[in-house]
Design a protein around this ligand. Sequence first.
Ligand code: HEC
Ligand code: HEC
Length: 408
Amino acid sequence: MIANFIQSNRIFARIVCTALMAVCTLPYANAADDGASVKPVFSDSEIKAILSHGPWPVPAPPDPTNRVSGKPAAIEFGTLLFFDQRLSGSGTKSCSSCHVPERNWTDNQRRSTGVIELDRNTPTLMNLAAGSWYGWDGAADSLWSQSLRPIVDARELAATPRHVAQVVRNDNEMSCRYRHAFGSPPSPTNDEVVLVDIAKALAAFQETLTSGRTPFDHFRDALARGASPSTTSYSEPAQRGLKIFIGKGGCTHCHAGPNFTGGEFFNTGLSRYQPLGKPDPGRPAAIRLLLESRFNLLGPYNDEVSGASAARTRKASLEQGNVGEFKVPSLRNLFLTSPYGRDGSIDTLAQVVQHYANLDPIRLHAKDGRPVKPLNLSAREQSDLVVFLESLSTFSNPWRPEEGARCD
Ligand code: HEC
Ligand code: HEC
């Protein structure tokens, strides 16, 4: 009824305007252009773009650079290590102090606090198995080297390799689990070897963390089966937001594939926090850190005999990276992980979308230095985009630790 009334008034207004040949702004025209009452229709190429964001979940093969990847005994060991405060120098912190399961493996703080406040927001640990680069700037080339860093970082767990190795050697339960996972007891003399293995068990555990299926995934699979969008229970605002996401929003250029990230590095200007009064350099500093690290894939701890996986590290060594570039994050389960951006400076998804509404993300992607023009998303388009982003989330993280049997 109301829709008909508005519709007929709009037509009436148009007729009057045309008749008067006047330049008049139509009070309803904006709403019509926003697509407020328009049922979304998807072209064949749009359907193809939507299908490229699934199916979900994606099974990830074991990591060839980690000889215990996918091994149940290592996963169990890694689970215990993740929650064990004895790994920290002070005995009071664990990985789970910042990566909290109920908070989708984040801490919901702007910037995380270990021994002191860090420069960056704590990212989720969901869906990391298929990644190539870890950390907001990609300073680690494997999940295990990324897991090693916080153990010895003076701002995080602040432990030494000696401390960690001694905890594992001297505790019966720990050394038993180490033996089961790695096939031999922890080295009595080489602390670094034990430390790297601890990181590999932690990585084996984290690889198992996958987020659940969402309203978007059900919609995507219905389209894959040939269903018409209007027969699904996926809401119209979400469908309109999706159309912008894959269309004029240009979001898929960077947030590509089933995990909504192509894993590359870009400067979006989203986060502006300046640690120590200087901009966070991002990728160029990360490439330097990566190449200096003994624990990168070119080093002695890569378990892959052929070394093929080190190709990406070798390639990175030839690149400089641009200041202000950061890794494109996944957009799954954002509902549980506010605040947003690598400095946590943005409280809501609406504010993230507002940032993009004033730029042209397709130009951002081109990296050719030409000026970025505004995308000019209307208020309605922005709210549709937010509804779509929310549809990429489950509303809780059901993960709970299992009571493991004692090791013998
Ligand atoms: C003091 C809080 C804190 C603690 C403790 C902590 N982390 Fe983190 N974690 C962070 C922050 C902050 C980042 C982002 C780092 C960056 O971009 O440089 C991060 C990043 C990561 C990443 C990369 C995720 C991605 O998307 O690339 C992994 C994996 C990770 N941490 C695992 C661990 C493990 C395993 C432990 C325990 C050994 C741990 N963290 C302990 C705060 C913490
Ligand atoms: C040019 C590549 C690129 C394009 C295009 C792009 N993004 Fe992003 N996006 C990024 C990067 C890089 C970050 C992390 C930026 C930071 O924190 O400094 C990010 C962060 C985000 C975040 C915050 C996620 C979190 O965990 O903090 C959201 C939400 C987001 N983008 C949504 C979108 C939407 C919606 C669009 C389309 C309008 C879009 N992006 C287009 C690269 C891109």
